[in-house]
Design a protein around this ligand. Structure first.
Ligand SMILES: [Zn+2]
Length: 422
């Protein structure tokens, strides 16, 4: 979808005085979108075709800040929300926490600021969970930073397609099952925590919570069985659901500095995985195909289909992911690790807004105890159910602009969240 380009070129052509020779067109800016506001960040194109932007202009558009080092040879730092990224002039790598990520070209000094590859904004920041997602179709960087809960009743920033306004059906996908146990976690009360058991228990509780709110639920599995990733997405599509929620449990890599200390919850939308950490999670969650028949992904057209699919519901999926992260904050003992993008097969098959939720780290004693406890599983489920209902309500409101936002007519108003936000 190149409409953004076409629109820009047409506007530029319309504004140019007809008598003058056409000026060299400036490259289209990188656009940071904050709700309805579009904030252009001027872009430059190098001789080798790599797009660059000013670090200062990028930081301004993202409401972030840049820390200029006192001495030469020290890194510059970009802060976006609570994430700090170190950038060294002349170096093609940037560092954020445990992640080192490559840029196509090294950052370079230019007056008071650094000129950096645009990929810092379109690839690195989304991959690091910096509260942004890049919509390749619209060429816009969407700000998805955690918003105050009070803002949750505002309608989405665009009108959903009719395909998104469906029956109030939620497809819940308990990750793994059968021969595929998924993540094998800590021992809790003498029993080893298995991802497939946590996801099934939480999914059943989500079903109860949603049914109590008048929402139909389809589970992709209701027993300890293995369902192929392709079938899970297919089931979701056949169910004509309004959204697809795939539930998983994460595990820290033993190679991390302090793997036992990593905990918290994160929500993924569909895109290519960019960081090592994301590739790891992607590989873990896609690994089930080794248990499946004919699971090879050798279709030469697959990447084209993937490219089309991953943008079709991106914005709505980001909206859903934001609600999920906001909801889990009220019940989860660990930190929110943000909205991230990765290329999960299970999301690829679902033609509806879809997210994959990592409910916590089974490798962390606190998270493992939380995930194993039926009461907390219910708390997680209620938070997920409320996020789903809010999402369906927003889609319904956006689809009927003449109606005022009202509580869901299909059930009682959502119960107060368990626990309270920090
Ligand atoms: Zn999993």
């Amino acid at each position: 979808m190149a409409l953004g380009w076409v629109g820009l070129v047409q506007v530029a052509a319309a504004l140019a005085p007809p008598a003058l020779a056409p000026p060299a067109l400036a490259p289209p800016p990188l656009v940071v979108r904050v709700d309805e506001e579009r904030r252009p960040v001027p872009a430059m194109v190098r001789a080798d075709g790599v797009r660059t932007v000013s670090l200062a202009a990028l930081a301004r558009a993202l409401d972030g800040e840049v820390t200029v080092p006192a001495g030469a040879g020290a890194p510059w730092r970009l802060r976006v929300d609570s994430l700090w990224i170190a950038i060294l002039p002349g170096d093609r790598r940037v560092v954020a926490g445990l992640d080192t990520m490559p840029l196509p070209v090294a950052a370079s000094r230019a007056g008071d600021t650094l000129v950096v590859a645009e990929a810092l904004a379109t690839e690195v920041l989304p991959a690091l969970g910096a509260g942004v997602v890049y919509d390749q179709g619209a060429r816009e960087l969407l700000r998805v930073a955690v918003r105050p809960v009070a803002a949750a009743s505002s309608p989405p920033s665009r009108t959903p397609s009719s395909a998104e306004v469906r029956r109030r059906v939620v497809v819940v996908d308990p990750g793994h099952g059968g021969r595929d146990a998924g993540m094998v976690g800590m021992r809790v009360n003498g029993r080893t925590l298995l991802e497939k058991q946590v996801t099934l228990a939480v999914a059943r509780a989500v079903r109860s919570a949603l049914q109590a709110r008048g929402v139909e639920v389809v589970l992709t599995r209701d027993t300890d069985t293995l369902v192929s990733l392709a079938d899970r997405g297919g089931m979701a599509t056949r169910a004509a659901g309004g959204l697809f929620l795939s539930l998983h449990v994460n595990a820290a890599s033993p190679e991390w500095t302090s793997p036992g200390a990593v905990r918290g919850y994160e929500t993924y939308v569909l895109a290519e995985a960019r960081t090592e950490a994301q590739r790891r999670v992607e590989a873990l969650e896609n690994a089930v195909t080794r248990f499946e028949e004919g699971g090879a992904d050798g279709d030469p057209l697959a990447f084209i289909i993937r490219d089309l699919e991953r943008n079709a519901h991106l914005r709505a999926s980001v909206e859903l992911a934001t609600l999920v992260q906001d909801g889990l904050r009220g019940v989860h003992p660990g930190p929110g690790r943000g909205i991230q993008q990765a290329g999960f097969r299970v999301l690829r098959g679902a033609s509806m807004p879809a997210v994959l939720v990592e409910l916590g780290y089974g490798s962390h004693p606190g998270d493992a105890a939380f995930l194993a406890d039926p009461v907390h599983q219910r708390a997680l489920a209620v938070a997920l159910a409320e996020a789903a209902v809010q999402f369906l309500d927003r889609m319904a409101v956006a689809a009927q602009p003449s109606t005022r936002p009202t509580p869901s007519p299909a059930g009682p108003p959502p119960a107060a969240p368990l626990g309270s936000p920090p």
